[in-house]
Design a protein around this ligand. Structure first.
Ligand SMILES: [Zn+2]
Length: 154
């Protein structure tokens, strides 16, 4: 579909993201426990922008003793190191995105599906710079609508 970020070979892309995250945390001196590594592996391989409880459920399949606080603590650590982006909602569960570059998230208002839309923000950056005395470098931008599946049920 025009404008959608092309999907790289799934597992290859996941490995690249996972390595990048692990290397950064190693450099920063974080302890890479089995539980943290499992959470990172799940995030790296999941482009659906999972919720914290979904990460917990999946992590428990490999590490049954993992707790909800470990998941939240690890997510906070990754967020602090700018390795994930947290999509915050006031009326539903937050979602986590390993794509930390400037991009637009397309959010289905019915089923909550979140998809990445390729970077059109460079265009917006130029327009703002031309029309104001402000130099933008980061955006918080979300687009709400209905996904293809949900449009069939409207
Ligand atoms: Zn939907």
């Amino acid at each position: 579909m025009l404008g959608m970020i092309p999907k790289m070979q799934g597992s290859n892309k996941a490995l690249i993201i996972e390595e990048r995250m692990l290397n950064r945390l190693r450099e920063k001196g974080y302890k890479l426990t089995t539980q943290r590594r499992e959470i990172i592996r799940i995030l790296a391989g999941d482009s659906s922008h999972p919720r914290a409880f979904e990460i917990l459920q999946r992590a428990r399949m490999q590490a049954p003793s993992i707790s909800v606080s470990t998941v939240y603590y690890t997510l906070a650590m990754l967020k602090k190191e700018n390795l994930i982006h947290e999509i915050e909602f006031y009326d539903r569960d937050n979602r986590y995105d390993t794509n930390v570059s400037n991009h637009l998230n397309l959010i289905c208002d019915r089923c909550g599906k979140v998809e990445d839309y390729r970077d059109e923000l460079s265009v917006l950056t130029k327009i703002i710079a031309q029309n104001s005395d402000f130099e933008p470098f980061r955006f918080r931008l979300e687009c709400y609508g209905f996904c293809q599946e949900c449009r069939k049920h409207l």
